[in-house]
Design a protein around this ligand. Structure first.
Ligand SMILES: [Zn+2]
Ligand SMILES: [Zn+2]
Length: 291
């Protein structure tokens, strides 16, 4: 049996909007039966206007120092817990600053011996899409409406995937976070999503099926069934992501991700190992390890 997540492991030690110390998060992952667990703390931001709310006191320099401390701690824990769990160490990217993010992200990836990176888009033109319904509604209005925002978002994801080529593509349809639970994309947006999926396929990237949306009451897991079914038909591989932000959320809701993968027609998912890269696991072999 294998049980895994490759997006999450955020901790209050290194992230202002998460909770718990990183070793507590890792020990929770061991307790909850994970055989493989990816740590993907948020990358630093490089401009004061790109700080997340709550990071004002840290500032840009403090954020860079916290990220460096995260990497040091994560690699040390990877070794210290090696007999109990395989930890994979990476980080979650941003498309920030709007000019020069690609150089920043590739530079950061090269600066440490990371096992992988998680490619995310959380902004359009430097404005958060997932912070609050009011901000997202305001951004959509400025761009010409929700559909225009969705088109801009998937276009940004396509560019991110094609240029950065992340190992894991995070919360693929994050842009529908504040839409109703029965929301579906328009035919026009679906055509743009098709282009995004083609870029993911061409890059060899793996989509994480992320249970945070379900856990937090924002509809089904990311991505929606219509998107996941297309990914399956195109032969794009999938993995699991709990998007944990502290001990409380480690692994919580991941069975919903697994159910969505199965419902989309997949017979297997993939998990990342340091020795062999991505390995395929039949769905019936994916479950928490009994301690
Ligand atoms: Zn976060
Ligand atoms: Zn994210």
């Amino acid at each position: 049996m294998v049980w895994f997540s490759y997006h999450g492991g955020h901790s209050g030690e290194f992230c202002a909007h998460a909770k718990s110390a990183l070793d507590e998060v890792v020990d929770a992952a061991i307790q909850r039966g994970f055989t493989h667990y990816g740590l993907s703390e948020h990358c630093p931001r490089y401009r004061a206007e790109d700080l997340y709310p709550g990071e004002e006191n840290l500032g840009v320099d403090g954020l860079a120092a916290a990220f460096d401390a995260y990497a040091t701690r994560a690699f040390a824990l990877r070794d210290a817990r090696a007999g109990q769990i395989e930890l994979l160490v990476g980080f979650e990217t941003e498309t920030l600053p709007p000019d020069g993010w690609l150089e920043r992200m590739t530079g950061l990836r090269a600066a440490y011996p990371f096992d992988y990176i998680v490619g995310s888009v959380h902004d359009i033109c430097g404005r958060w899409i997932d912070y609050s319904p009011a901000d997202t509604t305001g951004l959509a209005a400025d761009l010409g409406g929700p559909e225009a925002l969705q088109l801009a978002y998937f276009s940004a994801v396509t560019t991110m995937v094609a240029t950065l080529q992340p190992d894991v593509i995070a919360h693929l349809d994050l842009i529908r976070k504040y839409e109703p639970a029965d929301f579906g994309f328009s035919a026009r947006v679906e055509r743009v999503i098709e282009t995004t999926l083609e870029a993911i396929h061409a890059s060899g990237g793996v989509i994480e099926v992320n249970c945070a949306a379900f856990r937090n009451g924002y509809g089904p897991v990311y991505p929606l069934p219509q998107v996941l079914e297309r990914a399956q038909a195109m032969g794009i591989r999938v993995t699991l992501g709990d998007d944990s932000h502290g001990v409380e959320t480690v692994g919580v809701g991941l069975e919903q991700s697994l159910a969505a993968i199965s419902a989309a027609g997949y017979k297997s998912a993939v998990y990342l190992t340091r020795a062999d890269g991505w390995r395929e696991a039949p769905l019936e072999t994916i479950a928490p390890r009994r301690l």
